[in-house]
Write a new protein. Structure first.
Length: 375
């Protein structure tokens, strides 16, 4: 099938699902059954509290493979966009989390689903919600206008996933979050499944392989990429020819870099982080974990070791000046966007977050002395 045929097939299937819900039946994502309560992919995704907070029709039209709203850590006041919003369940749940000062957009290409979603919005009385018609490959929102993008088993349906990711990157604000649920392949997909058009519209044959997903996110510009399995499927839950555990629902996280750069200039150590050898200094271990956390928040992190990257020290005038004045006792040095923020000690996560423009609860201990060494 070409891209247009794929889109038409998906559109027809989901329009029919919306009409079944409106007529009193139910729709589903999987090829195995018409009813989500009996389906391995779409069943048992929402808590009783979440289910009771939205209209029945929104629950019946839920065609996803996860619960991105619960995992995305939405905050009051944020703007969230749901790609392929269907009957609106994730948009309505998101609207409650972002509150009256926030906004929840739903984007869908299917008129029948949009009509159903707007009916559900009216029933729920959600005033901070807007449903938009359009393709996820061409999002009808301005650049840098969204804090969080969620989606529930929809990206795998697109025939041009690279374009979806480029568009998502465009509309996210600096530091914005990609937090979606999707079907992912953990290995090589059998060709018979890949070639099955019906399985494409059932969230299966269009799924990306895990490493390919990471590569595409990185190519689009995302950082802090993480894929977390939330449900593994047995072969008989997917399709003939599948293998147990080959297909999984995953929570896919990434961030648009914020533009903030943190540079760390370490004293001479035997490895890039100092976390090596028979004994590991807990200060270095904690600091390395804090830098990993910064990267997951979309912060650009660069780290240089005096014994392994001396040229980086020479290329940084502020570091050169400190070394000339104080010798290596000035190390480690922490620079944020070229400005010296710390010398001679490793700051804790709270301090790093504050410098990077992020927020965290205030800890009791705010700074840590330089470590004794790594080996």
């Amino acid at each position: 099938m070409n891209a247009n045929q794929t889109k038409e097939l998906v559109q027809q299937r989901y329009a029919a699902a919306a009409l079944r819900v409106q007529s009193g039946s139910a729709g589903c994502c999987s090829a195995t059954t018409e009813f989500p309560e009996a389906d391995a992919i779409t069943s048992n995704l929402y808590s009783e509290e979440e289910s009771s907070a939205v209209p029945l029709a929104a629950r019946l039209a839920s065609l996803g493979c996860g619960n991105p709203t619960a995992l995305a850590e939405l905050k009051p006041g944020e703007v969230v966009l749901d790609l392929g919003s269907g009957g609106g369940i994730d948009v309505l749940l998101s609207s409650r989390r972002v509150g009256p000062t926030g906004k929840a957009y739903g984007l869908d290409m299917t008129d029948e689903m949009l009509a159903l979603a707007r009916e559900n919005q009216a029933k729920a009385g959600a005033t901070n919600v807007e449903f938009l018609k359009g393709d996820i490959e061409h999002i009808p929102l301005p650049d840098s206008s969204v804090d969080v993008i969620i989606s529930n088993c929809v990206v795998n349906l697109s025939a041009d996933k690279d374009q979806v990711l480029r568009e998502a990157f465009r509309v996210l604000k600096p530091g914005g979050r990609w937090a979606i649920s999707d079907i992912v392949v953990r290995g090589e997909m059998p060709e018979a499944i890949r070639a099955n058009a019906e399985l494409w519209s059932s969230c299966v044959s269009g799924a990306l392989e895990e490493n390919d997903y990471r590569a595409k996110l990185a190519a689009a510009g995302f950082a802090g990429i993480d894929l977390e399995p939330t449900r593994l499927y047995a072969a008989d839950e997917i399709a003939p020819g599948a293998v147990d555990g080959l297909f999984a629902s995953m929570f896919v996280r990434a961030r648009k870099p914020s533009g903030v750069k943190v540079q760390v200039y370490d004293p001479a150590m035997c490895c890039s982080s100092g976390v090596c050898g028979p004994t590991v200094d807990p200060v270095l271990a904690r600091f390395s974990a804090d830098l990993d956390w910064l990267s997951m928040q979309g912060i650009t992190v660069e780290r240089y070791n005096l014994s392994q990257a001396p040229a980086a020290f020479v290329a940084a005038p502020a570091v050169q000046a400190a070394l000339a004045a104080d010798g290596t006792s000035c190390l480690p040095m922490i620079l944020v966007d070229g400005e010296v923020r710390s010398q001679g000690k490793y700051p804790v996560r709270f301090t790093l977050a504050k410098w990077a423009g992020l927020s965290l609860p205030v800890p009791v201990e705010l700074n840590v002395l330089a470590p004794k060494g790594c080996c």
